[in-house]
Design a binder for this molecule. Structure first.
Ligand code: NOJ
Length: 941
């Protein structure tokens, strides 16, 4: 393992990618912050009994503050430059505050469309606070002018205080500071300016031109970056801002903390070959959403900017903040200070005040649409490799899965299936009849996914290239010609998806009459959409390349992948009428990408370190609202041994997106090639995934409405247990299942499991009881996995072995009741047709299941009532034959003998089969035959 580790660490080509010091604007802001921090250390500032102020040169222009309906307006100026900045603070319902800033009269417009691409309804209809709920007051104390807006946040009196000189903003809940902006004085705004005269005037500090290796960025607009410190007062942990390979609780990046990084976290979508673990380098996706959590509260920040962004994190004690707001306090509240730096665009930040995890996600979901319900098959097992060679190969995969009784849903085709990497085509020799192939797979409910990458081969005989070329749809160089670069097919161009006509045209290429050889059974994988350009700076597009409206690539870089993903999702959605839900996997993403499909963590490596790192990566994405995510099971590069591959399946079934994938140079590794006992263990794991699909689907329903993550860090379910705040091995799948992956090759090593809270936990397979709080060690053989059901939960399953999800659609359900310490349990079941948008008009069944007084009760959830009655009734009728075939009650105090079933005014008594000990009995109600859509009760006695 040591050798593998060393290989992985050596492999990434760091020199291909910039450090903060090599990114001129990042360096300017970091140096500015260092200067400010030094000044703040000087005696006379810290420790004086004056209200402590940072050394920020930016102040509110006196007399400029006013409240206009739900927005507070203020002008802020640097003491030397006389360029007023317009600040807008908008108050939203639920206590969210949005802060925007840019020049009051910019020399040229700044890019401000990130909101249009990310926010609900393009940002046009945010849930504003009512103007009557806001009161502005202003005071002067010791010469300091402070403006306060009082309002009602989420169940708490809240206020925002703005000091004038220098400016800073504090969000307070019940008079306690929670989040502060510019309290450290790192705010710096590079206003747009005219280029100074002279030959190389102004190129110092990389303001007007910057060279990295052999590439020169011409920067025609000069410096336009900005930075701001955001401090979370009373917090020791921050999470989110994927995509990095750091631990879940983000390590500090400066401030002298031991064991931290020396670089900020970078958000700049990049194709990083053989990325390394435990690193703040940028990767394929960027979501500038950060959460802070303490035993008292959770809060969030969305930094809505799609340009290159860096985030420094420091763990501090906030003495001056504490003393400013609470005189006489000893100070020293733990604080996480962050410093956000973006290259261009406007400053646009949302503060979500929580205070619970659910509140924070509700506040985020109010402004950004969450993961929509996926196609049911997309939650199944995806079998991929670069590449399945031809039709015979694909059909063999299908046959072997059947032969070995492994359920699966999708076979994936990577770039080699095309005619010379011309996407939307097939290699005719290898895939002479793709339609017949898809139909053959479709007989058992299986599907095909093909890859469509954004580089368009420059070839006049390729219709995609010639149409785009004719219509001027390609992104352009700074000189206005079609941008050219190198990727898989050789010389290529990239469609400018910021041009709405180009995006509409491109999405239609996915239609059945445009994409030859595609059927309704074919779905899409978008890879390389950062975009990856092999001969571009940092393997991507030049920042001074141009998009629709004359915007530079610099302004929009982190949006490109999302718009490419959107075009595919739009294309699939509109390829048939009525529309069915699309399925599209993307490598690159931004905040809001969750609306278009799944993502994965890119090119990982087949070693234990990458297996371990996949957990915090999947969790960090979930924290940031990207729920439908997984890592390549088995590892992309290299050959996993049979133990690693088995363990990876045993973990991978708990990723929301579950796909096995491998590099073209690796050995074949489909499960049956491993032989026994591995094949059996893998089959068992995959079957576990299928058994629990009703639970997974219900979690996706929850996520779609509330934004609650699917794969959850332990702290989300146990928010007061400090010992779990940095846990990034064990995690929760929804509220009911705890997964403790085995992440080591040595089976002899005992695995530590922490059972949180005063609660019962049951081994998911043996139902053995563990009572929390407790820490236990388990010795595990390869057949053993450490997965536990939380007492107090009800988990719906389907237990019949089938070949695919489609073949399970009319199967009966089994309900598991895991009795909690209080003798009760609760859960949900959500069912719809798994493919259409009928759910939007009420065609679904959603039940609240509860267990108390030894009685299991099914009632409609409040949401069912909100749907349209006709659609509901007809869906319920279509499901009337679907019953509960078994109820398993785990953890009863005493074995009981009979079950009374009440449904539709009728009552029946059936035998109950109980086993186990007096204190921990397990009872099975065989075939109570209640309908899943009906109201019923099963009383045990
Ligand atoms: C890079 C992707 O990350 C990988 O999954 C894929 O197999 C190769 N490109 C080839 O398409």
């Amino acid at each position: 393992m040591a050798l593998l580790l060393a290989q992985a660490v050596d492999a990434v080509k760091r020199e291909d990618f910039k450090t903060c010091e090599q990114s001129a604007f990042c360096l300017r802001h970091r140096q500015f912050a260092e200067g400010i921090a030094e000044t703040a250390q000087q005696p006379g500032l810290v420790g004086s009994d004056q209200p402590l102020r940072s050394a920020s040169p930016y102040s509110v222009v006196p007399g400029s503050v006013r409240l206009d309906r739900h927005t507070l307006l203020a002008l802020v100026e640097h003491k030397d430059d006389g360029v007023p900045l317009k600040f807008e603070l908008t108050f939203l319902a639920g206590g969210t505050v949005r802060v925007r800033a840019q020049e009051e009269a910019p020399l040229a417009p700044r890019f401000d469309d990130t909101q249009r691409h990310t926010l609900r309804d393009e940002g046009s209809a945010l849930p504003y606070a009512s103007p009557e709920s806001l009161q502005l007051s202003s005071t002067t104390a010791n010469g300091a002018v402070v403006h306060t807006v009082n309002f009602t946040g989420e169940a708490a009196a809240s206020s925002v205080r703005i000091t004038e000189q220098p400016w800073s903003l504090t969000y307070l809940r019940n008079d306690k500071p929670v989040v502060q902006l510019n309290s450290k004085g790192f705010f710096k705004f590079e206003h747009l300016r005219k280029r100074p005269d002279g030959d190389d005037a102004g190129s110092a500090d990389g303001e007007w031109e910057e060279t990295f290796r052999t590439w020169t960025d011409s920067k025609p607009r000069g410096p336009e970056s900005f930075g701001l410190d955001i401090s979370f007062v009373g917090f020791e942990h921050v999470y989110g801002i994927p995509e990095h390979t750091s631990p879940l609780s983000l390590k500090p990046t400066r401030g002298g903390d031991k064991g931290g990084y020396d670089q900020p976290y970078r958000l700049y979508n990049l194709d990083v070959f053989e990325y390394e673990i435990d690193n703040p380098m940028a990767l394929y996706g960027s979501i500038p959403l950060m959460l802070a959590h303490s035993a008292e509260a959770t809060v969030g920040v969305l930094w809505l900017n799609a340009a290159e962004t860096w985030v420094d994190v420091a763990h501090e004690k906030s003495s001056f903040i504490g003393s400013f707001f609470r005189r006489g306090s000893a100070g020293g509240e733990p604080t996480v200070s962050t410093h956000w730096i973006s290259e261009s665009g406007v400053l646009d930040v949302f503060l979500f005040p929580g205070p619970s995890v659910a509140d924070t996600y509700r506040q985020y979901a109010a402004i950004v649409e969450q993961t929509p319900l996926p196609r049911d098959f997309a939650l199944g097992y995806h079998q991929s490799r670069w590449n399945y060679l031809d039709e015979a190969d694909v059909l063999t995969i299908n046959d072997k899965m059947h032969e070995h009784d492994i359920p699966y849903d999708v076979v994936w085709l990577d770039i080699e299936h095309t005619d010379g990497k011309r996407y939307f085509t097939w290699d005719g020799a290898k895939f002479p009849n793709p339609v017949a192939m898809q139909e053959r797979l479709g007989r058992d409910g299986h599907r095909v996914v093909t890859v469509v990458d954004p580089h368009v081969k420059r070839d006049t005989s390729y219709s995609v290239w010639s149409e785009a070329n004719e219509r001027g749809f390609f992104a352009r160089t700074k000189d206005g010609s079609s941008l050219q670069g190198w990727c898989w097919p050789g010389d290529s161009s990239w469609v400018d998806l910021f041009n709405p006509d180009a995006a509409a045209w491109f999405s239609e290429l996915y239609h059945l009459d445009r994409y030859n050889g595609s059927t309704r059974n074919l779905f899409i994988w978008n890879d390389m959409n950062e975009p990856a350009i092999f001969n571009g700076p940092e393997i991507t597009m030049d920042k001074d390349a141009l998009h629709d409206g004359g915007w530079e690539h610099r302004d929009v870089h982190n949006l490109y992948g999302m718009l490419y993903h959107k075009a595919a999702a739009d294309g699939l959605r509109t390829r048939e009428s009525p529309s069915l839900r699309p399925f599209v996997l993307s490598r690159s993403y931004f905040a809001g990408s969750q609306r278009y499909g799944a993502v994965w963590t890119g090119d990982n490596t087949a070693d234990w370190e990458h297996l371990r790192a996949s957990v915090p990566m999947v969790l960090s994405n979930n924290v940031a609202g990207m729920h439908f995510v997984g890592a390549d099971v088995g590892g992309f590069f290299g050959n996993p041994d049979a133990t690693l591959l088995t363990r990876w399946y045993q973990l991978g079934i708990w990723y929301p997106f579950f796909r096995a994938h491998a590099h073209i140079d690796t050995k074949r590794r489909e499960p049956w090639l491993l032989g026994e006992p591995y094949l059996t263990h893998i089959r068992e794991a995959v079957r576990e995934r299928y058994r629990l699909l009703p639970y997974w689907y219900t979690l996706f329903r929850e996520a779609s409405l509330t934004g609650m993550p699917i794969a959850r860090p332990m702290w989300m379910e146990f928010p007061a247990e400090k010992g779990l705040f940095a846990e990034d091995r064990a995690f929760m799948v929804g509220p009911a299942i705890m997964v403790v992956p085995v992440t080591d090759s040595d089976a002899m090593l005992p695995v530590d499991v922490v059972f949180p809270q005063q609660e019962n936990w049951y081994d998911l397979h043996t139902h053995e009881l563990y009572v929390g709080p407790a820490r236990r060690q388990f010795s595990v053989g390869l057949a053993d996995t450490l997965v536990f059901a939380r007492g107090g939960s009800i988990v719906p399953t389907r237990e019949r072995h089938r070949r695919s999800t489609a073949l399970m659609r009319r199967d009966p359900f089994t309900l598991y009741v895991y009795v909690g310490r209080a003798g009760t349990a609760a859960g949900k079941l959500y069912v719809d047709d798994g493919e259409s948008y009928g759910y939007a008009s009420g065609a679904f069944i959603e039940r609240d299941l509860s267990f108390a007084n030894a009685t299991l009760v099914s009632r409609p959830s409040a949401r069912t009532a909100a749907g349209a009655a006709a659609a509901q009734a007809s869906f319920a009728a279509s499901m009337s034959g679907i019953r509960v075939e078994r109820v398993v009650v785990v953890g009863l105090r005493n074995p009981l003998t009979q079950a009374t079933v009440r449904e539709g005014g009728e009552e029946r008594t059936i035998d109950l089969h109980c086993g186990g000990s007096q204190v921990d009995a397990e009872c099975v109600v065989r075939d109570p035959a209640v309908r899943i859509g009906g109201d019923w009760e099963i009383a045990l006695a």
